[in-house]
Ligand binder design. Structure first.
Ligand SMILES: N[C@@H](CCC(=O)N[C@@H](CS)C(=O)NCC(=O)O)C(=O)O
Length: 205
């Protein structure tokens, strides 16, 4: 299998963590594929008309996306057990995955907006992004005891990757302030070998 990959994408990181957890990283070759919202990478066009990472090309040439679909597929393929079978637990894991993915979607747009010259920024957008990020953090702080009690799964992977993206791209915003239980959970998350192995890497071109 071929994975369109970047060492900086939090969505690709979800896939890498699943591969490491499943012990099947040898079955995938990672191809560095640069992407940017304002510079469409047409090399991706044959595999993904949305021109986004991650995109996984299977052995028979079938291309699949997005991260949720790829992680679900790799979990099924490997039997890694990262999505609970029990319906209620499964629903919680899927909801957490949606929350983490949604937070990442907001953060990517937020970063894009705040990197513009000040005169071209839209203050209402920045306010709305900040409001959503704070609301998600407040929700997760309340949920932190439940996160601690949940066996490692795709919901936790996604929440953890989103919080780590805050550290990576929003280091000036101290999200741990006011969220001590969530910060404690995230500390444990970062110690997991699959997570430690998949740190974002700015030096990797
Ligand atoms: N919902 C998608 C989001 C993927 C995504 O936004 N990836 C970013 C890289 S982190 C991307 O490819 N951006 C390029 C673009 O939006 O054109 C997923 O879960 O895979």
């Amino acid at each position: 299998m071929k994975l369109h990959w970047s060492p900086r994408s939090p969505f690709v990181r979800k896939v890498m963590i699943v591969l490491y957890e499943a012990g099947i990283e040898d079955q995938v070759s990672c191809v560095r594929t640069p992407v940017a919202m304002d510079k469409p990478n047409l090399d991706l066009l044959p595999d993904n008309p949305l021109l986004k990472l991650p995109t996984l090309v299977l052995g028979d040439g079938t291309a699949i996306y997005d991260s949720r679909v790829i992680c679900g597929y790799l979990n099924d393929l490997s039997g890694a057990g990262l999505l609970p079978a029990e319906p209620r637990a499964r629903l919680t894991a899927e909801r957490r995955q949606a929350l983490g993915d949604g937070l990442l979607d907001v953060l990517l747009l937020y970063r894009q907006e705040r990197n513009k010259p000040p005169a071209r920024q839209t203050p209402e957008w920045l306010d709305a992004f900040e409001l959503k990020v704070n609301a998600v953090l407040a929700t997760l702080e309340k949920e932190a005891p439940a996160l601690q009690a949940t066996p490692f799964d795709l919901g936790l992977i996604t929440i953890g990757c989103a919080l780590s993206y805050l550290d990576y791209r929003f280091a000036d915003q101290p999200w741990r302030d006011g969220h001590p239980a969530l910060a404690a959970w995230h500390r444990g998350f970062c110690e997991r070998p699959s997570v430690a192995r998949s740190q974002p890497d700015d030096s990797a071109g």
